[in-house]
Design a protein. Structure first.
Length: 153
């Protein structure tokens, strides 16, 4: 039976997971430099080892209330189409393993209800349900072009 490792994180007390293969690293939140005239969910940019990294606030992107930055706030660094991007989350809990039978695909369950394509499925364990996201699909083509054409990153 196949297993997948997921980085588990929180947004507004909801629990999400992302395949560990999509995660380059998790860093502590650092102050971002604001860039004018970008969509409001783009928090700004940070310097990560001499590379400019755009930071997306997932709470704002998902139209959730934005939480105050605290010691638990993290940035999950990933790469989309060769572009390094950071996703600001409220907290990163742990890495968990799930077998195939613990994961329910979202295609049947949610897509008929109009769910976004970035929801891959739901992972189940004894304590909770975890919404599995695909970071490669969170930003649409127009949003990726805004980031690329704005020479961010």
């Amino acid at each position: 039976m196949a297993e997948v490792q997921m980085v588990i994180f929180k947004l507004m007390n909801e629990v999400y997971g992302i395949d560990i293969a999509q995660v380059h690293e998790v860093i502590r939140f650092q102050e971002v430099n604001k860039v004018p005239e970008l969509p409001d969910f783009i928090e700004g940019i940070v310097n990560l080892r001499n590379k400019v990294l755009p930071v997306i606030d997932l709470n704002k992107k998902f139209k959730l209330c934005s939480k105050e930055v605290n010691d638990n706030t993290k940035i999950i660094v990933t790469s989309i189409n060769g572009q390094h991007i950071g996703f600001k989350v409220d907290d990163v809990d742990e890495v968990m393993r799930f077998s195939d039978d613990q994961i329910e695909s979202a295609t049947h369950m949610f897509q008929a209800m109009g769910a976004k394509s970035y929801i891959k499925g739901i992972a189940k364990n004894e304590e909770q349900l975890i919404t599995i996201l695909d970071f490669n699909k969170i930003l649409d083509q127009k949003e990726m072009m805004e980031i690329e054409q704005g020479n961010i990153g």
